[in-house]
Design a protein around this ligand. Structure first.
Ligand code: ADP
Ligand code: ZN
Length: 667
């Protein structure tokens, strides 16, 4: 009975209330199936009658106690007794044997043998009894053999759909919802309220979106004069810089519903799903207008539609994009729906998206600068219990290149570290350790490194440290370590001053310092290792940029082959001739080789200091700027915006490691 209930629940309308829908479990299908199966087994031929053997039947026949014999499906003989038989064998049970219930059953092997036996038993008897051949359907098992495969197929299908629904995020297992938008709605009811107060820095971006808020609040003010309200705003910037936060704060300030979806949510394995999701999203947004649709990572669908038939486009993505364009064109300017999209790759977006009337406003959201970082620290420190020694200015200085998300992470990590140390409040050192950890990953204390490997790593890092210390324009070193962290075996941290333009000398000196690691290996051990992979990658990129992009090479001259539109397909065509390509290659090699020789020269002249430093590293594993000063003396150049770091304060900023990604230090 329970099964029936839930089955009805399943086939009936389950959207009346959400409670049974949630409760419904697919395991019920298995329960129902098992019940049917067991039931069919039970009804399958096992009647309540007593089973007898052939001998007994022959006796019955001889005594003429049998009324009739039904031969069912050639398998079972059902024996009905006549009155005398019943009074003999069932004296208390007069009714039995009449109607449908046989008195006895007998399983038979072969029909022919059975018939022969019956004839033999009744030899010479008048009116012998012959078995009636009866064909009976076994509905139970027949239905099962039909229904089971169908149920299984459907069950399987449901399962797959459900799994896909889960992967797609919200929605759950409804097949009928596959074309529905998966957008998450934040409206007045939901308590997530983000306002401009929560967004630190980003002053210019905020100024731009303030206007959007105003549009949504009083559209009449603008349409009165015949102006059109923008339909789309595109936020462009690196990940974690607060694009989502900004969009949310617009919704929070304007007090309108906010639909949030990621570009990749549109793309499913079913053809046409993306387009119908776009349609559904816009329909929902219009119903709630004024409202904001936020599409994160719009490049997932908005990538330039492929031009060449050779590369084989992605039809599903294109039709999704087309639908998006149609919807954006379709809704009137006064419909009160504004689309905010975010991407970190505006260059690969389809030009049709940027056309006027679509995303005609682009707002650049940059990585925060010193002041921005300080403000972000302030926002995220609001809810933290801080010790008195926490200095926001200092922390902001220690985190160049960090995004807002990184800083939020630092604050959280610091709180966790302080908690682990059973502190009452979060101290400066906890923040520094958190920064360490976020830049370099977890310390891998148990990574097995042999002594000879350790020596190579120490000299490599000492090479970086020495060269950068002795070069005027290289970033001054803060700390160098050979404690493996993350994937890196060792690292040297520099304090980059945030410069907006970089001179040729600065780039060149940085390259020398980057090659200093390998040069030290060459100088000390006479052979080089694979440990310099990321150094070489960095240097090659830098040299190529110098020659081909920044026009810093005499032979190429004031030319840049950089393509900011990102539309060029360099695989097929180069914007320069073969000859120029050769010159670029030659110049890149020349610059790198020159830098390498320079590194060898510097290290050769300071081989004592290098060895001293490397030994100190092997000994202590971590060496600070102070120690370098003791070995090489003070740097004669003063960096204008350089903080003087004591050993305790010293911390990493910018990272140069053997295998890990390096932080970008020069733009
Ligand atoms: P994006 O969308 O650009 O990838 P998010 O907006 O999702 O980045 O930012 C992630 C988190 O980083 C935010 O939830 C917030 O905690 C923090 N964050 C980023 N930028 C800022 C900022 N300017 N002010 C305050 N917090 C920020
Ligand atoms: Zn290195």
């Amino acid at each position: 009975m329970e099964n029936n209930n839930s089955f009805g629940n399943f086939s009936g309308n389950n959207n009346k209330n959400s409670q049974p829908k949630k409760k419904f479990s697919f395991y019920w299908i298995y329960v129902i199936l098992t019940a049917i199966f067991l039931g069919s087994l039970f009804f399958n031929g096992s009647s309540p009658a007593e089973e007898i053997d052939k001998g007994k039947l022959i006796t019955l026949l001889r005594d003429r106690d049998v009324e009739k014999i039904d031969l069912v499906n050639g398998e079972i003989a059902e024996i009905y007794l006549n009155d005398s038989g019943i009074s003999k064998y069932f004296p208390n049970d007069k009714g039995n044997g009449f109607g449908n219930i046989p008195n006895y059953t007998l399983r038979i092997g072969s029909v022919e043998r059975f018939e022969q036996d019956i004839e033999a038993a009744q030899e010479g008897v008048e009116q012998p009894i012959y078995p009636h051949v009866v064909k009976r359907h076994n509905w139970g098992s027949e239905i099962i053999s039909w229904v089971l495969p169908i149920v299984l197929i459907f069950g399987f299908w449901f399962l797959i759909i459900r799994m896909m629904g889960r992967n797609g995020g919200a929605g759950g297992g409804q097949i009928f919802n596959i074309g529905k938008s998966q957008a998450k709605l934040y409206d007045n009811a939901s308590d997530v309220k983000v306002t401009f107060k929560d967004v630190a820095g980003l002053e210019e971006a905020k100024e731009e979106v303030v206007e959007v808020v105003d549009f949504l609040k009083n559209p009449k003010k603008y349409t009165k004069l015949g102006g059109k309200i923008p339909k789309g705003v595109l936020l462009v910037g690196p990940p974690g810089t607060g694009k989502t936060l900004l969009a949310k704060s617009v919704a929070g300030e304007a007090n309108v519903p906010f639909f949030s979806i990621s570009g990749s949510d549109f793309v499913e394995m079913f053809v046409g799903v993306g387009a119908s999701r776009v349609r559904d999203l816009f329909k929902q947004a219009k119903e709630k207008s004024p409202s904001i649709i936020f599409i994160d990572e719009i490049d997932a669908i908005g990538r330039a539609r492929s031009k060449s038939p050779m590369s084989g486009g992605n039809d599903e993505r294109e039709s999704t994009l087309n639908q998006l364009l149609t919807e954006m064109d379709g809704f009137g300017t006064n419909s009160g729906v504004i689309v905010i999209a975010a991407t970190n790759r505006a260059d690969i977006l389809d030009k049709a998206l940027m056309r006027a009337g679509r995303f005609d406003r682009q707002i650049y959201v940059e990585l925060p600068d010193l002041i921005g970082r300080k403000e972000i620290f302030e926002v995220h420190m609001r809810n933290l219990k801080l010790a008195n020694d926490v200095d926001r200015d200092f922390l902001a200085k220690q985190t160049p290149g960090f995004s807002g998300a990184d800083i939020a992470n630092v604050c959280n990590e610091a709180a966790l570290i302080a908690a682990r140390r059973n502190k009452e409040s979060i101290e400066k050192q906890d923040f520094l350790d958190a920064i360490d950890r976020i830049v370099g990953g977890l310390e891998k204390k148990n990574k097995v490194i042999t002594d000879s490997e350790k020596k190579v790593i120490a000299f490599h890092e000492a090479g970086h440290a020495t060269t950068s210390w002795l070069l005027e324009f290289a970033h001054p070193l803060v700390k160098v370590t050979i404690v493996p962290r993350g994937k890196a075996l060792g690292a040297a941290w520099y304090l980059p001053n945030e410069r907006h333009i970089t001179t040729k000398e600065q780039m060149y000196h940085e390259m020398i310092a980057t090659l200093g690691g390998r040069a030290a290996e060459q100088l000390i051990f006479g052979h080089i290792s694979t440990g310099a992979l990321s150094d070489l990658e960095k240097v090659t990129k830098q040299a190529t940029a110098m020659v081909a992009y920044y026009g810093l090479d005499e032979r190429i001259g004031n030319r840049s082959y950089y393509d900011s539109s990102g539309q060029q397909d360099y695989a097929l065509t180069k914007p320069f001739s073969e000859k120029t390509a050769e010159i670029i290659d030659e110049q890149v090699s020349e610059i790198i080789e020159r830098a390498y020789q320079e590194a060898l020269k510097i290290l050769g002249e300071n081989i004592d200091g290098l060895t001293q430093l490397a030994n100190k590293l092997i000994d202590k594993e971590v060496v600070f700027g102070d120690d370098l000063e003791k070995i090489f003396g003070k740097r004669p150049w003063t960096d204008e915006n350089n903080v003087n770091l004591t050993e305790k304060d010293a911390n990493l900023t910018g990272n140069d490691s053997q295998e890990d990604e390096e932080s970008e230090e020069s733009k």
